[in-house]
Design a protein around this ligand. Structure first.
Ligand code: NI
Length: 198
């Protein structure tokens, strides 16, 4: 073997050792990923929005009460009306215990869902539901905090919104407690909430 070739071999071997060491070091020394019991454990966080009376509210406005949070929009053909009907049914099912709970509906369509539109919409369901809208930036911030996905989808006569249909239960400190997937029977949701409310 020629001298230059041996040199190349030596350098290559040295580099291989360094690379292998780096990989091993990363493997053994890298901090163990934080294990959480639920993928949605870090759901929630600060938001600043406007309620159906035009008042500015933040997540802190609701401290001391449990929050039952749902994101949707008033032009939604099926998922949202069903979810809000279910939300109303949960409140009825909870009876007096519902006093500890603040149901909240947050729009993902601030363009059409003005304070007035939100006010009229939730009036069809339950007067206890707080309906929140805001600027596109405020809505984006709230959705990000709750890890809610939403996207405008063009239609022939305008647009509709794709959005996450999860119902979130937050504790009186504003921390995530649990969530409910769409179409969970209201009686089941109420039973679970009642247990958590203690
Ligand atoms: Ni919807």
């Amino acid at each position: 073997m020629s001298r230059p070739f041996i040199r190349v071999l030596v350098v290559t071997a040295a580099l291989a050792v360094i690379a292998a060491s780096a990989v091993l070091w990363t493997f053994f020394k890298a901090p163990t990923p934080q294990v959480t019991s639920s993928g949605t454990a870090s759901v929630g966080g600060p938001f600043t929005l406007v309620d159906q009376q035009g008042r500015t509210v933040t997540d802190e406005t609701f401290r001391g009460r449990w929050m039952l949070v749902f994101f949707g929009f008033t032009h939604c053909p099926d998922v949202c009306p069903t979810a809000l009907n279910d939300m109303s049914a949960v409140l009825t099912e909870l009876g007096g215990a519902s006093d500890k709970l603040q149901p909240i509906f947050i729009t993902v369509d601030p363009e059409r869902d003005t304070v007035e539109a939100m006010s009229q919409y939730v009036a069809n369901f339950d007067p206890r539901i707080v309906a929140l809208t805001g600027t596109p930036e405020q809505i984006a911030q709230a959705a990000k905090a709750y890890r809610v996905y939403y996207k405008k989808v063009p239609e022939d006569d305008g647009y509709t919104m794709d959005h996450t249909g999860i119902l979130y239960l937050m504790d009186p400190q504003g921390k995530f407690a649990t969530h409910f997937t769409p179409n969970t029977p209201p009686a089941d949701v109420a039973a679970r909430i009642r247990k958590l409310l203690g």
